[in-house]
Write a protein that binds this ligand. Sequence first.
Ligand code: DGL
Length: 276
Amino acid sequence: MPSNKPIGIFDSGIGGLTIAHSISQLLPNEELIFFGDTAHLPYGNKSARAVKHYADKIVELLLKRSCKIIVIACNTASSVAFNDLNKKYGDQSIIINVINPVVQYALDAIQSRSIGIIGTKRTISSRAYPKKIKELNPTTLVSSMATPLLAQMIEEGFYNNNISKAIIHDYLSRKTLQDIDSLILGCTHYPLIKDEINDYYKGIVHVLDSTDIVAMEVKNTLGKYDMRNESGKVVEHNFYVSDFTSSFQETTKIFFKEQVPLKEFPIWDFDQATFD
Ligand code: DGL
């Protein structure tokens, strides 16, 4: 049945607005509720246990707003928390992660034989990408490498300049990532340096970010379950963070391509939480 319930999207911070932006472009009739856990950012250096705990609390919150789909826009949270969240909440909402759709795309659309992955330390150490790739195609070669400086660099505004170029060059020229035919950008922030990475590879390697692929997955899922918003009403999005600062507010414009108003939903309210 068509549904005008919102789509929930969450991330460790505001980098996940890259995914929210793609979804808003592809599905302009859908209401979005975005939650960035800025109080606990970055997830990439935290233990799996901590990330699972935060993700669980956020999904509980989004379910209080009856989200019909919940997108784990954060690669780190997708890597360590998806299975548990899906098991626990999968009967209440459809949970989508940012890993499976892009892996499927690399194997089906690109027919990749040797895939490289870059992401945070936690994403890479979880081995979530290699596991998924090997599950779908055991003969595909996989190499993955943590590139922890990149997210920090982008948040501080260092992209499309000589410093970002040097850091990207240093990481991508390392031995681990040689002989790949595709590179998966396994972090919310990396779409912002996709052009620079493409410049580095000069067309020899397919560079895949998950933004449009995940937005398409959301669209297909809504279609499959006949859950599109067909009310015809103008939708309004809401963007929450667990810790508000003006610098987060300012940074929204690099990830959402325009500045969006952040509302604070403090982390200490998580347990008594309702949104309004
Ligand atoms: N959102 C995180 C990810 O995609 C990057 C930032 C962080 O470490 O929290 O993995």
